[in-house]
Design a binder for this molecule. Sequence first.
Ligand code: MN3
Length: 206
Amino acid sequence: MECQEFTVDPLPYPYNALEPYINEETMKVHHDVLYKKYVDNLNAALKNYPEYCGLSYKQLILMAPSLPQPIALPVFNGAGGAYNHQQYFEMMTPAPNGLPEGALMAAINQAYGSFAKFQDIFKKEAMAVFGSGWTWLAVNELGGLEIVNTANQTTPFTLNMIPIICIDIWEHAYFLQYKAARADYIDGWLKVADWGKASNRYMEIW
Ligand code: MN3
């Protein structure tokens, strides 16, 4: 039986739907070219290794260090890049409700004092990413909320954390529109972050 290859998730909204916060040109290149490249690279790495057929991104990421040497790094980077981008595009929305809900809102208030304070800290962390990487809201091993940065295409899974929502801090995510103004891009992302979906995901963890 032929192994089912990984595929690019279609954008759940039109390319221009996040304007003015993230423009159409950025979304087209980011989704259709850069995200796709990670999926293609992963499929290419696994092509001659049918024994790993059917595994999820998470499973592949976690087992990557113990995979045969020629594919260990390509699988780690490919599955990580594919997963991270899948999350990034899925967790933005042209119709944001602005605020987390229910248990996630309660946990944010408890951990950070208020959603406004949380957003300030999240932005500071995202500004502090050196080189290419991601900023996440995640749940740590103790069940607590944590804002964490990951380098390149590393995911929170490697840190034993469960991802809730993420922002791509690679320059390709904003340079076409914002040039070097990362702070403005982060402000824009905060306008389109899907806190409704994040709230649902947080509920599903427990
Ligand atoms: Mn990217």
